[in-house]
Ligand binder design. Structure first.
Ligand code: UD1
Ligand code: UDP
Length: 379
């Protein structure tokens, strides 16, 4: 029988994490031929995920440069993925989420009349400038997608309200839970020395991450000031900040936190296995990340979201995350409540994870097969 040729395109850390279990499932399944094309919009942060999941891409566009703009990335991805598609003639191209790699990978497939499968489809903040440019990226990708793999019912509803054909939308759960369940382990010992020396039992350790473009500048300064206020007013609090590789974020972090080095630990981005096991050990997570809002509830960890909106309302409804915005005072007030009020903390920590059961990838494979006759015609 003819194998279904599936080409997965991804380039940043979160796409890699969420596509990795899908690539592994495709590789193992006789019905499919799996082709991986990484754009390497991220380099080290991508390579670290590829290594953990033992994925060896057949194509690596190696596009990352420092100071790259969205236009640079877009041009290189569109041209690079176009060339790879022409070489391999896949039946379907899978893209993930909402990055510049996602949109331009999908566009390259569309221009070649190859079917597009959008993994993590239907997330919406309804503010075109926040997250920027991701809200536009996912909407635009949706317009040229043939199969929409929506993690939740809410995502499905969003797509239906935009007129997407209901027969092409499938609620699958989020593949991030598939990835997470494969790496978190109660007995994990950290490779990172700083982490092994932290007293997780007696300190209230906060894990901080921030990288979003709309938070660059003043909002990020507000976040950092709130963190300093928290350590000054709570002597049992320590902060771990694995800094995103973006040089401007790192510079600002050093400016604010170097003088608090005993209480604020500035470290390199962690490998996925280290990071998820750290999430499982800390007291509280404060972040503007998308993926972390989905993972933390599965680990029973409350999340304070450092953004003015979220495209993950399920987590808000389930009570696993709270939206703090980017105002220093608000951030500090909510964090102080969770540090000092056990009841508030418990309510969040015990809420149920709304993002899936770890079976999203096997569902996606079945759906691709079911739709093979449409996909072949680029429909
Ligand atoms: C990108 C995505 C964003 C996603 C985020 C995940 C776009 C427009 N943005 O944002 O949606 O949430 O990734 O982290 O697609 N760098 C390195 N090494 C790396 C990775 C990054 O040095 O492994 C540095 C480079 O200097 C690079 C910069 O970080 O130029 C920014 O990377 P870029 O992909 O442009 O944007 P992100 O802010 O990471
Ligand atoms: N992550 C990681 N190491 C880190 C920080 C985050 O492996 O030091 C993982 C995290 O578990 C999640 C993903 O990276 O799966 C989130 O990536 P990011 O916050 O960069 O992007 P977003 O989800 O906001 O698009």
């Amino acid at each position: 029988m003819e194998k279904i040729k599936v080409m997965s395109v991804f380039g940043t850390r979160p796409e890699a994490i969420k596509m990795a279990p899908l690539v592994k499932a495709l590789e193992k399944d006789e019905r499919f031929e799996s082709i991986v094309c990484v754009t390497a919009q991220h380099r080290e942060m991508l390579d670290s995920v590829l290594k953990i999941f033992n994925i060896k891409p057949q194509f690596d566009l190696n596009i990352m440069s420092h100071g790259q703009t969205i236009i640079d990335i877009s041009n290189k991805v569109l041209k690079g993925v176009d060339e790879v598609i022409k070489k391999c003639n896949p039946h379907i191209v899978l893209v993930h989420g909402d990055t510049s790699t996602t949109l331009n990978g999908a566009l390259a497939a569309f221009y070649n009349k190859v079917a597009v499968g959008h993994v993590e489809a239907g997330l919406r903040s309804y503010d075109i400038y926040s997250p920027f440019p991701e809200e536009a990226n996912r909407k635009l990708t949706g317009v040229i997608t043939n199969l929409h793999f929506a993690p939740t019912k809410t995502n499905e509803k969003n797509l239906l309200s935009e007129g997407v054909n209901s027969e092409k939308i499938y609620v699958t759960g989020n593949t991030v839970i598939d990835a997470l369940l494969s790496v978190v382990n109660e007995n994990h010992v950290f490779e990172d020395k700083t982490l092994n020396n932290i007293d997780f039992d007696n300190k209230k350790v906060i894990l901080l991450t921030t990288h979003r473009r709309e938070n660059w500048g003043k909002p990020m300064e507000n976040i950092f000031k709130a963190m300093i206020e928290l350590i000054n007013s709570n002597e049992n609090v320590e902060v771990i900040f694995p800094m995103h590789k973006n040089p401007s974020i790192r510079k600002l972090a050093h400016e604010y936190f170097d003088k608090y080095s005993g209480r604020v630990h500035l470290i390199e981005p962690l490998e996925y296995v280290e990071f998820t096991n750290l999430m499982a050990k800390v007291y509280l997570i404060m972040t503007d990340s998308g993926g972390i809002q989905e993972e933390a509830p599965a680990l029973g960890k409350p999340v304070i979201v450092l953004r003015t909106e979220t495209e993950r309302p399920e987590a808000l409804e389930a009570g696993t995350v709270r939206l703090a915005g980017i105002n220093r005072e608000n951030i500090a007030t909510i964090a102080n409540e969770l540090i000092n009020n056990e009841e508030s903390y418990k309510v969040m920590a015990q809420a149920t994870n709304p993002y899936g059961d770890g079976m999203a990838c096997s569902r996606i494979l079945e759906i691709i097969e079911e739709n093979f006759r449409f996909i072949r015609g680029g429909k």
